[in-house]
Design a protein around this ligand. Structure first.
Ligand SMILES: [Fe+2]
Length: 378
């Protein structure tokens, strides 16, 4: 794998294109996040010697229709590489077009696993710009089909091949996007840490990510300097590497309907249930533990996590995370985001409570417990 992280690492893009003889490029970017920014300038400079077409006509949290639009544009010419420059949605779009263009079956049948992914996609260069999703480091992509979230995932054929993480790309990011993207990184790192699939390797990535976020997120939002931007870009990448090994847990499962039905951005939606989940998972007991390593292991893990967060007990850790959200101007209650009625809560429970998706959580959650967690943040 080619992975370049740090200031000016974008200079490696030209080098990759040359050494791999990539000449006709399918460039995927965000819309507003790309126009008139430093990102555009840096990318266009790197592409001055090659042909490229730019695709940006899609909304965040890509729907299958958007991906098919991109796929047919991709197939209309002989592109030899895809470069995805943007947040998680843009990089996920790149993964989908890359895989759909080389594998048999419709996009939908591949997402729904009616057809298996049998081979690698078109080469994909992943360039994240939001210091959040960590999507550059994972082998899965989020796809929405009719408001339902699916995961296109393949551990053998979707691992990163070319990654460039340059903190310069976060310069033009609005404060609010920096804030909720950073919370995505934190939530992912924490969910990976308490995950039933955690390993010493994944926990090491998580720990590094959590510490970097706790020390740099506030600065990167209110007073961004070179150091905090670099540290947040690195944190997001570590968090991505952590969930690449473990996947996510309850906070992500609960977030998908909050995003698809109520338009709350992904990073903000996952962070809402993070404080109560810290408390909930700390109170694991022998009757509801899901981790095969047992209740003692999970309790120890939660203690370790709480100390990494910088608190002395679960309630304090919960407070630290809520306060961090408030300090970076993110609402911590569903009501502040227009999710108010009993019906709204039912929508989240009905669509976010999928046993398949919460099975990685160390403590079992039933519908009543999920309702209690949502009531707490209502
Ligand atoms: Fe996420």
């Amino acid at each position: 794998m080619f992975e370049y992280i740090g200031y000016n690492s974008i200079e490696n893009l030209k080098r990759i294109l040359k050494s791999e003889s990539f000449k006709n490029i399918f460039l995927i970017t965000g819309r507003k996040s790309f126009a008139n920014t430093k990102i555009k300038e840096l990318i266009y400079n790197s592409l001055e010697d090659v042909e490229f077409f730019r695709f940006y006509d899609f909304t965040p949290n890509p729907k299958i229709e958007d991906i098919e639009k991109g796929l047919s544009l991709f197939q209309s010419d002989n592109y030899d590489v895809i470069i995805a420059v943007g947040g998680g949605s843009v990089i996920d779009m790149g993964k989908c077009i890359s895989i759909f263009s080389t594998n048999k079956g419709t996009s939908e049948s591949l997402v729904l696993k009616e057809n298996p992914i049998m081979k690698k996609g078109v080469p994909l260069i992943r360039i994240p710009t939001t210091s959040g999703s960590g999507s550059e480091a994972t082998h899965f992509a989020v796809v929405y089909i009719k408001n339902n979230k699916y995961s296109l995932a393949e551990p053998n054929f979707m691992q990163p091949e070319y990654v460039i993480v340059d903190p310069q790309f976060s310069y033009d990011l609005p404060k609010r996007i920096t804030a909720y993207s950073g919370m995505d990184a934190l939530t992912q790192a924490i969910e990976s840490f308490w995950n039933i699939n955690s390993t010493p390797e994944s926990k090491n990535y998580s720990e590094k990510a959590i510490k970097l976020v706790m020390e740099n997120l506030l600065d990167s939002v209110v007073n961004p300097d070179k150091k905090s931007r670099l540290n947040m870009a690195v944190a997001a990448n570590y968090a991505g590497k952590a969930i690449n090994l473990t996947k996510t847990t309850a906070c992500h499962a609960i977030s998908y309907p909050i995003t698809s039905y109520f338009n709350v951005p992904h990073g903000h939606a996952v962070a809402l249930s993070l404080p109560p989940m810290i408390d909930y998972n700390s109170n694991v007991n022998k009757d509801d533990v899901l981790d095969s390593r047992g209740v003692k292991f999970v309790k120890e893990s939660m203690k370790e996590l709480i100390s990494i967060i910088g608190a002395s007990n679960a309630l304090k850790a919960k407070g630290v995370v809520s306060q961090l959200m408030k300090n970076i101007d993110l609402e911590t209650k569903l009501g502040e985001l227009g999710i108010k009625t009993d019906e709204d809560i039912d929508v989240i429970i009905k669509n976010g409570f999928n046993p398949e998706r919460v099975k990685n959580n160390p403590r079992k959650i039933d519908e009543n417990q999920l309702r209690m967690i949502l009531e707490e943040i209502r």
